[in-house]
Ligand binder design. Structure first.
Ligand code: NAG
Ligand code: NAG
Ligand code: NAG
Length: 249
């Protein structure tokens, strides 16, 4: 269908259009006259905010790469009867919005701004094992760089179910899975990657968790098999979090 109206004569037009789209700086440069000492005038990003319901892509065939990491800051509870792990973590996501770009030299040297996350399209990454209601607080901030790279950290109190065969009774150890996946976007629209190495996630989390409460984080392992749901293929990253009840001092 699309191919049938593709005439030889139109080729230069398509070429120019695609070159324009690739040369982002010429097409989507933000007028930063509103960038000031006291933050950014939100009207300069009006065209980006208006598009927040749509995945930001200049070519819809190119999936958005979302790199994730997390810091587990507390293991709040492990219910061995119900096989529930209740933990608190910060999910860190990084992706590119090709409609945002500005030249720092023309913008008082500003290379990074913060803005209310509710004005932006955000990746709909959720934790598959999550059994509670997502209570993400409002009023979170995202950090946007002049090349359109966005970083967003979201706190999550996660109650997740751990399957029986990965419990290690009677050693007071368990191995629970946290699977991060998009709710809407299949592999054609979203791919997931790692923002940090898994050993970095483990090291940071282990240090913080140890200083909080009675559960010790032992290790985190990672796997990233794609997942088919109802005939659609989704990218996902699974983390196996193993923890142990600390002996009483
Ligand atoms: C940027 O916006 C300001 C104020 O609205 C305007 O005066 C200026 O001409 C604009 N600059 C460009 C390059 O469009
Ligand atoms: C995600 O990670 C890949 C591999 O490390 C890297 O090439 C890419 O630039 C990253 N993308 C973002 C948006 O951070
Ligand atoms: C936890 O379970 C996963 C999947 O079965 C496995 O790959 C991982 O090595 C286990 N972790 C530990 C510490 O046993």
């Amino acid at each position: 269908m699309e191919g049938s109206c593709f005439h030889r004569e139109r080729f230069p037009f398509y070429l120019v259009l695609s070159l324009l789209l690739q040369g982002r700086s010429s097409t989507f440069t933000i007028n930063c006259s509103g960038f000031g000492q006291h933050g950014v005038d939100p009207t300069v990003l009006g065209s980006v905010f208006d598009r927040k319901a749509f995945r930001p892509a200049t070519n819809p065939r190119v999936p958005t790469q979302v790199n994730i990491s997390f810091t587990m800051s507390a293991i709040l509870d492990v219910d061995e009867q119900l096989q529930l792990l209740s933990s608190f973590l910060w999910l860190d996501m990084v992706w590119d919005n090709p409609f945002i770009s500005w030249n720092p030299e023309e913008c008082k040297g500003i290379t990074k701004i913060s803005m209310a996350s509710e004005n932006l399209w955000l990746p709909d990454i959720f934790i598959v094992e999550f059994v509670d209601v997502d209570k993400t607080p409002h009023g979170l901030t995202a950090y946007v760089s002049n090349n359109g790279r966005i970083r967003y950290k979201k706190p999550m109190k996660v109650t997740s179910i751990c399957s029986l065969d990965i419990f290690y009774f009677p050693f007071d150890q368990q191995n629970c899975t946290l699977t991060f996946r998009s709710f809407l976007y299949t592999v054609d629209s979203m791919l997931l990657g790692m923002e940090k190495e898994v050993w970095e996630i483990t090291d940071t989390s282990r240090h913080i968790v140890q200083t909080h409460g009675e559960w010790e984080l032992l290790s985190i392992n990672k796997a990233s098999p794609k997942m088919s749901v109802g005939g659609n293929l989704y990218d996902q990253i699974m983390f196996y979090v193993s923890s142990e009840l600390m002996p009483l001092a």
